[in-house]
Design a protein around this ligand. Structure first.
Ligand code: COA
Length: 179
């Protein structure tokens, strides 16, 4: 368990598969992430098995909020593809319970991931990819201190057009100086 101010991050369990299927089949949630097809429970079960076979450092977390004394799952985040020699990792996040968007939970979860990445995993650089037409996510990452570092031009085909993927990162020294 990783505790934040209003959130906690816990390990994903098999029992979470159903809620992941529900969240990721919501077109508005899916719009911001790499998944672009309706997702079946079977596919999500396969994803769970594949993910659990990876190193524990790359297992995702369930984001939970304290809802009147009990913890309520609202989304998922975590590191994947950690490069241990160069000490960087990529993060991803989605909040599947849309009523909790725009309340600072996404940026808090990303802040928790940064702390985990720098203070526990001992990374030197944390980066992410985000679609150029996802201003909510971009704004959340900027708030947390992510720097725009590049643009993969027309790298994603969505809704009948090509869009750019933005690359953003935080270096350990920037994170240290910001606290
Ligand atoms: C992206 C996501 C994780 C952000 O989480 P969140 O809890 O909504 O984000 P926060 O509330 O911390 O920050 C969002 C900020 O963007 C702002 N914002 C919202 N819509 C915006 C828009 N159209 N243009 C600019 N800023 C916008 C919010 O006002 C807020 O800023 P503020 O705190 O200064 O008011 C969440 O919206 C989500 O899961 N979206 C669907 C999946 C997704 O896109 N994942 C990201 C993949 S890279």
């Amino acid at each position: 368990m990783i505790l934040g101010e209003r959130l906690r991050l816990r390990a994903v369990e098999k029992e979470d598969i159903d809620r992941f299927v529900t969240w990721l089949n919501d077109p508005e949630v899916r719009e911001g992430v790499a998944i672009f097809l309706p997702l079946s429970k079977h596919e999500e079960e396969k994803w769970f098995e594949t993910t659990m076979a990876k190193p524990a450092t790359e297992h995702p977390f369930v984001i939970e909020i304290n809802d009147d004394g009990s913890w309520k799952p609202i989304g998922d985040c975590g590191f994947f593809e950690i490069d241990w020699r160069n000490r960087f990792g990529e993060i991803g996040i989605f909040i599947g319970e849309k009523q909790y968007w725009n309340q600072g939970y996404g940026s808090e979860a990303v802040r928790m991931l940064l702390k985990h990445g720098f203070n526990t995993l001992n990374l030197n650089r944390v980066f992410l990819r985000v679609f150029e037409d996802n201003p909510r996510a971009i704004h959340a990452y900027e708030k947390v201190g992510f720097i725009h570092e590049g643009r993969l031009r027309k790298a994603e085909y969505r809704n009948g057009r090509y869009i750019d993927i933005l690359l953003m990162s935080v270096l350990r020294e920037e994170w240290n100086n910001s606290r």
